[in-house]
Every structure is written in C-alpha cells, then in structure tokens.
Design a protein. Structure first.
Lengths: 119, 112
C-alpha cells in the first residue's frame, strides 16, 4: 500500500533552517511528483511547491522563492523540503503529498510534521 | 485571503444533503480541474474528488463534485456525524509567470 512517512516534529529558532523528510513506499517513487503543503494552526492549506523525483525539477510558490529547496534521494525513495530563514509565521504542520497523475490530484499524504519556530 | 472563496461554515442534520461552493476565476477554476479534500480533526487531508467530479476508489458515492464556469461545488448526501470535518477545494492557477496550486480557505461542516 502507498505510504508517505514524514520525519518528526522540530523546534527551531528564528533565522534557522529546517529540513523535513518524506519517505515513500508502496509505489515507484520516481513516477509521481511530490508536493509540499503547510497548515498553520487553525488556518487553511497553503501550497509551497512541487518536485519531480525523476528529474529533480522543481516549482515553488512565489511566496517561498529563495527560502525553500525541494530535493530527493531516489536510492531511498525520500523527498526533502528545506525552509530557511525561519520566522515565527512559519510555525505550521508541513505535509508532503503525492500528485497522482493529474494536476492537484493529491491522492496520498504524509502524516504531517509540526515545525515550531520560537526563540 | 484565499484565491478560491468558500463559505466558512455549513451545517445540516444527519441524513440531509449539503453543498459547499468554491468560487474562483478564469485563471484557475475556469480553465483547470478542481479537487476536493476532507480534513478530519487532527489528521492529514484526504482526497475526495478530482478532475471536478471523479471519486477515488473507496470514496462513497454520497460525495459528488461539479463545476460550472468559474465555480465548483461539493455535494454530500446522507450526512453522517463522521462527515464533520473541514473541506477544501483546490486547483491549478496560471495567473503568475509560473503556474501554482491554490486552495480555498476551507469550509467547516457541522452535522447537527
């Protein structure tokens, strides 16, 4: 069965960086794009960007350009999202999601990773 | 302020029907497929509808989707208490130099 398992919760200080991992299993990792979506407490979903695990090509939301980097390690079927220059407003749950063959068809999601930015 | 507009909340009694609207523009809903997601409290979102009106396997036919022009609608019939959740619409938007995904602000469904 398809699964996306994310790394554990993180606490970071303002100005630091965080790197969240998303390990895929149950399907061919390089066949589907991985997207990252975040959600602040009590707020809605916010799309951050996508990555093609086969080519490594990426596309980022304008809001995060210059601060976010999405990478992958195909040998261990794992995608990564690194966000730098953290500020308190980045406190949120970060989700990875598989894009199942069509635009915005996010058919499988990770369990979420809480990133807390606090001094 | 979300690009896609959803009502903040809707409610209905068990067994009844409810619809949730999602309004956008020609750069997003008007020219792209819409997906809908259900988010139960404390869990990750779950895909309910894709390509405007298709249901993934395992999603009951109580859930339906439709699109007309620059608006989309999620319908839920035979409401159950387990349907209480937040619902989000999402689609591709081509208004900037690079396309991007946009979501509605979410609608909280209360089953009275």
């Amino acid at each position: 069965q398809v699964q996306l398992v994310q790394s554990g919760a993180e606490v970071k200080k303002p100005g630091a960086s965080v790197k969240v991992s998303c390990k895929a299993s149950g399907y061919t990792f390089t066949s589907y794009d991985i997207n990252w979506v975040r959600q602040a407490t009590g707020q809605g979903l916010e799309w951050m960007g996508w990555m093609n695990p086969n080519s490594g090509n990426t596309g980022y939301a304008q809001k995060f350009q210059g601060r976010v980097t999405m990478t992958r390690n195909t040998s261990i079927s794992t995608a990564y999202m690194e966000l730098s220059s953290l500020r308190s407003e980045d406190t949120a749950v970060y989700y990875c999601a598989r894009e199942g063959g069509q635009l915005v068809k996010f058919d499988y999601w990770g369990q979420g990773t809480l990133v807390t930015v606090s001094s | 302020q979300s690009v896609l507009t959803q009502p903040p909340s809707v409610s209905a009694a068990p067994g009844q029907k409810v619809t949730i609207s999602c309004s956008g523009s020609s750069s997003n809903i008007g020219n792209n497929y819409v997906s809908w997601y259900q988010q139960l409290p404390g869990t990750a979102p779950k895909l309910l509808i894709y390509d405007n009106n298709k249901r993934p396997s395992g999603i009951p036919d109580r859930f339906s989707g439709s699109k007309s022009g620059t608006s989309a609608t999620l319908g839920i019939t035979g409401l159950q208490t387990g349907d209480e959740a937040d619902y989000y619409c999402g689609t591709w938007d081509s208004s900037l130099s690079a396309g991007h995904v946009v979501f509605g602000g979410g609608t909280k469904l209360t089953v009275l």
